[in-house]
Design a protein around this ligand. Structure first.
Ligand code: PMP
Length: 292
């Protein structure tokens, strides 16, 4: 079956899903997006993703030409049209077609498109063994320039970090902020556990407000009755953590066992990490808007 793409209110075959070379999304990375998961016929935390999309859009003064309800219907329609029960949804809003100047006032109408596809995951083995990471030289964008809370189409900051990790044959990079505090990875938030306290960097360090991050904070408090702190920390704390893991829509909860050549604790996924992985997977089974 040919893949169907949602483009500005219509479902069209993949070959017809085209955007102008004058679209400022392409020319300047001027736009916003979301990555969303569907699990067994349910869309996970869709309203939180839509809230974040609209917040990102407002932050760049982009008026999305559709209501949240209409976009929600678009996401569901696209999944149905492609007969996907479990998969990944990419929702994108670009500034639209303009001229070669920067000025967004010359862009007539934002474009909205939605792609539903199968999901590419880290191999299951890595969830059992854990990831190895490296800290890279590329700093996370400073919030005073481009706030990392804006999930914009301009991902070059993250891509530069990913290139650095790739050159060292590492799957992910730890990005610090300009003051040397741990911020996040190129496509995931980061957590450590120390003395039974769960710690993750606060937003002002310069991190995306991850939907998985928030879900894990809730699970840790409600199901594991853990103390959770949003607190700054450095690489010293990473190296001396009892446990470390990443969170993201695609990766879910994934353990980290080595950073910059230093083994984290015993070099195995930690107890709290394993429990959160399981609680998260259980939650995805019975939460979310039904597609069918
Ligand atoms: N940080 C960055 C930079 C990301 O791009 C993402 C999502 N891909 C995340 C964190 C995780 O956010 P979420 O849990 O909402 O997927």
């Amino acid at each position: 079956m040919a893949q169907k793409i949602y483009l500005n209110g219509k479902l069209v075959p993949r070959e017809e899903a085209k955007i102008s070379v004058f679209d400022h999304g392409l020319l300047y990375g001027d736009g916003v997006f979301e990555g969303i998961r569907a699990y067994d016929g349910r869309v996970f935390r869709l309203s939180q993703h839509l809230d974040r999309l609209y917040d990102s859009a407002r932050a760049i003064a982009l008026k999305i030409p559709m209501s949240k309800k209409e976009i929600e219907q678009g996401v569901i329609q696209t999944l149905r049209a492609n007969n996907i029960k479990s998969g990944y949804v990419r929702l994108v809003v670009t500034r639209g077609e303009g001229d070669l100047g920067l000025d967004p006032r010359n862009c007539e109408k934002p474009s909205v498109f939605i792609i539903a596809d199968k999901i590419e995951l880290y191999p299951e083995e890595l969830y059992k063994k854990g990831l190895e990471l490296v800290t890279v030289a590329t700093k996370r964008n400073i919030p005073e320039a481009i706030d990392p809370r804006i999930k914009s189409l301009n991902y070059l900051n993250n891509i530069l970090a990913k290139i650095e990790a790739g050159l060292q044959n590492m799957p992910e990079a730890v990005m610090l902020n300009k003051d040397g505090y741990v911020a996040e990875c190129t496509g995931d938030n980061i957590f450590i556990v120390k003395d039974n306290v769960l710690i993750t960097p606060p937003f002002y360090v310069g991190v995306l407000a991850g939907i998985t991050r928030q879900t894990v904070i809730e699970l840790a408090r409600e199901k594991l009755e853990l103390l959770v702190k949003e607190e700054v920390f450095t690489r010293f704390h990473l190296y001396n953590a009892d446990e470390c893991f990443l969170t993201g829509t695609a990766a879910e909860v994934i353990p980290v066992v080595k950073i910059d050549g230093r083994q984290i604790a015993e070099g195995k996924p930690g107890k709290i990490t394993n429990r959160l992985m399981k609680e998260f997977r259980d939650l995805t089974k019975d939460e979310g808007i039904k597609i069918y």
